[in-house]
Design a protein around this ligand. Structure first.
Ligand code: NAP
Length: 230
């Protein structure tokens, strides 16, 4: 049985991704910074008969990422699929964003994903299989004009760059694929009630990239299963 670890899985798109992967028969490790809401999410998936477990990862804390990896390793849980989903979206522009907004956004949205990759991808390479999906945004796309608040947009553009650099770090011939995507405008706390997609619809391309066959894409940026301009 394959195991998928999802960051920011207690609600929103992250929860919908965990649920969809669980329905496909994967074991799912739901992670988040708030143990209570993670546990509630785990219980709701277990009530559907899924093999779900909860873990604490606060993306601003590299130590919490390393601790989670150590705990999973000690209990023999191998992570085959990594979904870097957790994020925050302050709306300030480049001149008005506070130190705190800039630093926390980059640590959460960029460095958190980078450190989870460092924690889990080497073992994927050693085992010869892995799927990494970085949940980005069209606000991180130069091609789409880098919309939205500055810390968020810069963090997602950098997450896209990280996706390419990670893909380049996978040895030739090893079936570990790294991709990123824009989920579209999704009805979550971040997207708001007027967004056009349900969380389940927002999860669809994530699930596709998490379950790619060996001849699937590597190092790409997608929306609705189609390539998106960087
Ligand atoms: P959301 O409902 O606001 O959920 C964000 C998730 O990230 C929550 O689980 C939140 O946990 C978690 N998170 C925030 N800071 C964290 C931290 N320091 N450590 C661990 N987890 C943390 O947003 P969403 O719409 O589901 O967004 C999911 C992904 O889709 C994000 O990467 C977002 O940038 C991307 N996206 C969303 C939209 C959209 O329209 N919704 C559009 C484009 C891209 P807490 O409950 O603890 O806060």
């Amino acid at each position: 049985m394959r195991t998928a670890l999802v960051t920011g899985a207690n609600r929103g798109i992250g929860f919908a991704v965990a649920q969809a992967l669980g329905r496909k028969g994967m074991r799912v490790v739901l992670t988040g910074r708030d143990a209570g809401s993670v546990q509630a999410a785990v219980e709701s998936l277990r009530a559907e008969g899924m093999d779900a477990m909860g873990e604490t990862i606060d993306l601003v804390s590299p130590e919490s990422i390393r601790d989670c990896a150590r705990r999973l390793d000690a209990s023999g849980v191998e992570v085959h699929v990594l979904i870097n989903n957790g994020a925050i979206e302050p709306s300030a522009d480049a001149l008005h964003a506070t130190d705190e907004e800039i630093e926390t956004t980059l640590r959460t949205n960029l460095l958190g994903a980078w450190y989870t990759c460092r924690a889990f991808v080497p073992a994927m390479i050693a085992r010869g299989y892995g799927r990494v999906v970085n949940v980005s945004s069209d606000f991180g796309s130069f091609d789409r004009g880098l919309g939205g608040g500055a810390p968020y947009s810069v963090s997602k553009a950098a997450l896209n760059a990280l996706t390419v650099k990670l893909a380049q770090a996978i040895p030739q011939g090893v079936d570990v694929k790294v991709n990123c995507l824009n989920p579209g405008w999704v009805r979550t706390r971040m997207g708001g009630p007027d967004a056009t997609k349900s969380p389940e619809e927002g999860a669809e391309t994530v699930v596709w990239l998490a379950t790619l066959p060996a001849d699937g894409p590597h190092g790409g940026f997608f929306q609705d299963h189609e390539p998106l301009g960087w």
